[in-house]
Design a binder for this molecule. Structure first.
Ligand code: WT7
Length: 638
């Protein structure tokens, strides 16, 4: 809930530097006039209607935006399309047929180049294989795959036949995986023998098997042979089938399902402040128009570019900007599997040099991590093919921005600091190449997006003051609902601040030039190394250990990861938080949630601050942590 404003937001950052784009950038830019484009974007229907003309539709839409059942907005109603047709099929009768669509590289130095024509055949074979297993339009297919070529292929195959994919990041543990698969009621799970990480192989099939035991609905598990490590096949119920066997002999042609613009495309789970993860639902037409348009505008995609987004496809960044948008634009997209610092911290720069990457998009946490190894690694490689840089996931501190700008961008390349969310589907607040930049600011809302910083009543706050970030008008790639939970959708996003506006759950402020500075979450959600984790999920992981009676969790500032977990624990009678118990608890949380739940500190306490109704007041813990006044506690009691 957007229930609090970070206290010290009245002081503007002292950051005053401004960076203007060079002529080369301006000359090449797809959009040359920031202000004019933002003006154009004010007429939502005209702007997005014009953008939608760039794609293939089996039938044209009747209406660009239907607001009759808001906040259940609809886009391009009456339109029929297929996003895989747009991403793959439509290129195979053009000069792009033999162009590389996906460039797979891993930390071991292996590579695989898949042309559009090869991708077309592979996607169709899997689509036909899925159909043979009984998958139909509207069914949910779970995906738990490493960053192997089969991951984008699986997404595209589902979309081709109208099945909804629900991918789960392969760093999640079996408990988190099972919870998501059960909520999505997936009958099929596509997984793999393993994934490469820092020189070792993690056996994903074992984790999937553990999850399977908690997933009564899963009937079949399709297993990709990726690392060639040993796995147990069908040791549980005869459910397993090798991916290669499934697609063998399947035809390499498959009719695309003619999808309504508003037919669901996928579910992707994200953490909220309370309760279970939320199943964010994205639909077909608006998502396609929104993702491809924003990628072209912000990262200035041109024919011949080599685009690299270093995220994992298991998150929205990868769905939108490794798979769908770049392929819909007919560009070449890099899929990298492995760590940024293995075999050494020059791995990424080496890949940029070797293949000639033109735009590189990563997370502040990765930049801060690589910064620690010094300038020598990026400076060892020729990075001159790069034209644009980008970041996403959390606020970027000006120091990391400057390091990226100097050492990777050689003080020439603009950095696109893109603010967005799983729910928004696309970039929302972001510069475009021609924008003057301020290190640490995501600049302004993109054309066609209206954002504001307001107080709890919905009134715009004065320049420089902290407030809630809201989006005032609908946008094509917006989430349409939370899967099986429309009430929670309305409650979480639309009923927080009056005025029928979308509440992002972030605190931000606007400066005198109308630039937005994102401050972080306003709710009980942690951002650990760019991954969003709900405090309640972590707390229940702690409490699932025998020794723990109660737990409260807050974010602990971290120089690299942005935040880690700080846990306040009430232990059961007679228990002490010994080093051994701490090790056990770390293991437990990791087991429940996965390695992304990084614990920075644990303390044993006797009581936790609570409201009268028994809710833990994390804000009091946070205030104490910062040594701030706890505020008038009585007003916090409900
Ligand atoms: C939250 C959304 C969308 C892809 C990655 C995360 C934070 C995201 C920025 C940015 C400051 C940012 C926000 C947001 N965030 N980008 N450029 N500057 N904060 O997706 O897991 O849905 O998390 O990430 O707090 O609400 P997500």
């Amino acid at each position: 809930m957007a229930n609090e404003i970070v206290k010290d937001t009245s002081v503007l950052l002292t950051e005053k530097r401004m960076f203007e784009p060079g002529n080369e950038v301006i000359e090449k830019a797809n959009v040359k006039n920031w202000k004019a484009e933002r003006e154009k974007g004010k007429d939502l229907e005209a702007y997005w209607g014009e953008k939608a003309e760039n794609f293939h539709w089996f039938e044209k839409w009747n209406k660009v935006l239907d607001e009759s059942e808001k906040p259940f907005y609809k886009w391009f109603t009456g339109g029929k399309t297929n996003i895989t047709y747009n991403a793959v099929d439509r290129w195979i009768n053009t000069a792009k047929r033999n162009q590389v669509a996906i460039l797979y590289v891993n930390e071991r130095g292996d590579e695989k180049k898949i042309t559009y024509y090869e991708l077309y055949k592979e996607v169709n074979k899997l689509a036909n294989g899925l159909k043979r297993l009984g998958v139909k339009k509207g069914d949910r297919v779970g995906i738990y795959l490493p960053m192997s070529p089969e991951l984008p292929v699986s997404l595209l195959a589902c979309a081709k036949i109208g099945a909804m994919h629900s991918a789960v990041f392969a760093g999640f543990s079996e408990g988190a995986l099972a919870e998501r698969l059960n909520d999505a009621e997936a009958k099929i799970l596509i997984t793999a023998d393993g994934t490469y990480r820092k020189g070792s192989v993690i056996n994903l099939k074992n984790i999937a098997d553990e999850a399977f035991l908690q997933c009564p609905i899963i009937e079949t598990m399709i297993v990709v042979k990726h690392c060639g490590n040993e796995v147990n096949m069908s040791d549980l119920s005869g459910k397993d089938i090798w991916y290669d066997n499934l697609i063998e002999g399947e035809p390499s042609e498959c009719e695309p399902e003619k999808m309504d613009a508003e037919d669901p495309l996928y579910i992707l789970y994200t953490s909220g402040s309370t309760g279970k993860p939320k199943g964010v639902l994205h639909t077909t037409g608006g998502y396609m128009v929104g993702t491809a348009t924003t990628l072209k505008t912000v990262f200035d995609i041109h024919d011949g570019d080599l685009w690299w987004c270093s995220a994992d496809i298991g998150w929205v960044t990868g769905h939108s900007y490794i798979v769908y948008a770049p392929l819909v634009l007919g560009t070449t997209t890099v899929v990298y599997e492995g760590a940024p610092d293995y075999p050494d911290p020059g791995t990424w720069w080496k890949i940029i040099e070797k293949y000639g990457v033109t735009q590189f998009y990563t997370a502040p946490t990765a930049i801060r991590h690589l910064m620690r190894f010094g300038d020598k690694f990026p400076n060892r490689y020729d990075l001159s093919t790069l034209r644009l840089l980008g970041t996403v996931g959390e606020p970027i501190n000006p120091e990391a921005w400057m390091w990226y700008y100097k050492n990777v961008g050689k003080e020439k390349l603009p950095i696109m600091d893109t603010w967005w969310q799983t729910e928004t589907g696309t970039f929302m607040i972001s510069p475009i190449p021609v924008s003057p930049l301020k290190p640490g600011s995501a600049t302004k809302p993109l054309p066609g997006i209206e954002a504001e910083v307001v107080d709890k009543e919905g009134n715009r706050v004065p320049v420089g003051k902290g407030g809630h970030l809201i989006i005032k008008t609908p946008w094509p790639a917006m989430l349409r609902t939370l899967y099986k939970n429309p009430d929670r959708y309305v409650e979480t996003y639309w009923n927080v601040i009056p005025g029928g506006v979308y509440t992002a759950g972030d605190i931000a402020r606007e400066d005198e030039d109308g630039y937005f500075w994102i401050q972080g979450r306003s709710d009980d959600v942690l951002q650990i190394a760019g991954h969003r984790i709900g405090t309640s999920e972590v707390e229940s992981a702690f409490v699932s250990h025998d020794a723990v009676a109660e737990a409260a969790v807050i974010g602990k500032p971290d120089p690299v990861r942005y935040e880690t977990i700080k846990a306040f624990l009430i232990l059961k009678e007679g228990k002490k938080l010994t080093p051994d118990l701490m090790t056990e608890l770390k293991k437990q949380v990791r087991h429940e949630l996965g390695a992304l739940a990084v614990i920075g500190e644990m303390v044993q306490v006797d009581i936790l601050p609570k409201t009268r109704s028994g809710k833990i007041m994390r804000r009091v813990l946070r205030a104490r942590e910062k040594g701030e006044d706890e505020g008038d506690i009585s007003t916090l009691v409900e």
